[in-house]
Design a protein. Structure first.
Length: 328
C-alpha cells in the first residue's frame, strides 16, 4: 500500500472551543492508483491531506505513507512525496525557473537535472517562455501550473494534489488531466481533492467521500452511482392539473422512489429508467395525459453527494473557520 491510515483524528482549538475536523479516518491507497478524496467544504479533506503530507500532526491515529511511518519518519515521507497545495507556494518576486530549481535542489536533484526537467515540464504544462519571468507577472492559471511543476519536479512516487485545476481554463484543465494520467502510467500514485465532479469521474480509479470528518463512501465512480436509487426520470406535462393523475401512475411502477410533483413536472427515480418508458408512456396516453417532454438521466456524482451527505459538494455552510486553519 502506498497509503495506509487508521483512526486519524485532528482536533483544532478555536474561540468556540475544540472542533474535531477529522474523526477517525481509515483509508488505503494502492500503488499506482488515482484516488479522488471528495466532500463538501469543511468536511475534512484538506486537513486529512495535510496530515498525510506531514504538514500537521494527527491528534491521534497512525499512518504509513510511501513506506514510511508518519509519526516516526516524517522526513522519509517528505522525501518520497510531492505536494501541491490549494493556496500556492511561490514568492511573488521570485523568478519562476529559480523557484523550480530551488525546490528540486531541496529534494536532492542536481541543478543540471532540475533545469532540464523543469524546462521540459514548462513545455508540457503550457508555460513556454516563462522560465525567467517573475512569479507576480504570471496569470492565476500560469501560477497554478507552476505550483504543479514544483510539486512534481523531483519525480515523486506519491503525489498529493489539493484542488489542482482551480483557476485553470478548460483547455489547461484537459492538458493537466492528460499529464496526471501520464504520471500514473509512469508508476506514480495520485491522491487528489477536487470540486469538479467531472474531473473525479474522468480521472479517478476510486473515490473516497468524506463528510463531517468521516469517510462515508468508497468505490469507483460507477459503483458509487449505483448506490443512488436508479435513473432520474422527469415528465413535463402540458397541463399542470394532470400532475396528480400522472404521479399516481408513476407510484404504481415497481421500484419508483423519490416521486416529486412541482407544477407541471413529475420527477422520480427508478432502476433502468429507459426500459420502463414504453409502458409508462402507454399508461399515460391511456389516461389522456398530454406530455411536453420526457427526460431520463443516469445518476451523477452530484447525485451521490446529495444522497450520502444531504448537501452539495460546494456547500459553504459547514466550511472550516479560518481560525481553525490558522491553528494548524
Amino acid at each position: 500500500m502506498m497509503i495506509e491510515a487508521r483512526g486519524l483524528v485532528r482536533t483544532f482549538k478555536t474561540k468556540r472551543g475544540q472542533v474535531q475536523a477529522v474523526q477517525g479516518v481509515d483509508l488505503n491507497v494502492a500503488d499506482g492508483e488515482i484516488v479522488g478524496f471528495l466532500g463538501p467544504n469543511g468536511a475534512g479533506k484538506t486537513t486529512t491531506m495535510r496530515m498525510l503530507a506531514t504538514l500537521i500532526k494527527p491528534t491521534s491515529g497512525s499512518a504509513t505513507v510511501a513506506g514510511c511511518d508518519l509519526a516516526e519518519d516524517p522526513v522519509g515521507v517528505r522525501r518520497r512525496i510531492g505536494y501541491v497545495p490549494q493556496s500556492g507556494s511561490t514568492l511573488p518576486e521570485a523568478i519562476a525557473g529559480d523557484e523550480v530549481v530551488d525546490h528540486a535542489r531541496l529534494c536532492g536533484v542536481s541543478k543540471k537535472q532540475a533545469i532540464a526537467d523543469g524546462q521540459r515540464m514548462f513545455d508540457e504544462l503550457d508555460l513556454p517562455g516563462l522560465w525567467r519571468r517573475q512569479c507576480k507577472t504570471l496569470s492565476g492559471g500560469q501560477r497554478r501550473r507552476l505550483d504543479i511543476v514544483m510539486g512534481l519536479i523531483h519525480d515523486p512516487k506519491l503525489i498529493f494534489l489539493d484542488e489542482p485545476t482551480t483557476g485553470l481554463d478548460p483547455q489547461a484543465r484537459a492538458n493537466l488531466w492528460e499529464h496526471i494520467r501520464g504520471l500514473r502510467e509512469r508508476g506514480a500514485t495520485i491522491f487528489l481533492t477536487t470540486h469538479y465532479l467531472d474531473e473525479a469521474d474522468a480521472l479517478c480509479d476510486r473515490i473516497l467521500v468524506i463528510d463531517h470528518g468521516k469517510i462515508v463512501a468508497s468505490g469507483n465512480p460507477e459503483e458509487l452511482k449505483q448506490q443512488v436509487s436508479g435513473d432520474g426520470v422527469r415528465l413535463s406535462l402540458t397541463d399542470a392539473s394532470q400532475a396528480p393523475a400522472a404521479s399516481k401512475i408513476v407510484a404504481e411502477l415497481d421500484g419508483a422512489v423519490a416521486i416529486e410533483t412541482d407544477g407541471d413536472v413529475v420527477a422520480f427515480r427508478i432502476p433502468k429508467g429507459g426500459s420502463i418508458l414504453p409502458g409508462l408512456l402507454r399508461s399515460i396516453d391511456a389516461q389522456g395525459i398530454e406530455l411536453n417532454g420526457v427526460e431520463v438521466r443516469r445518476p451523477t456524482l452530484d447525485d451521490v453527494f446529495l444522497t450520502m451527505t444531504g448537501r452539495s459538494l460546494r456547500d459553504e455552510d459547514h466550511a472550516v473557520p479560518a481560525d481553525e486553519e490558522a491553528a494548524a
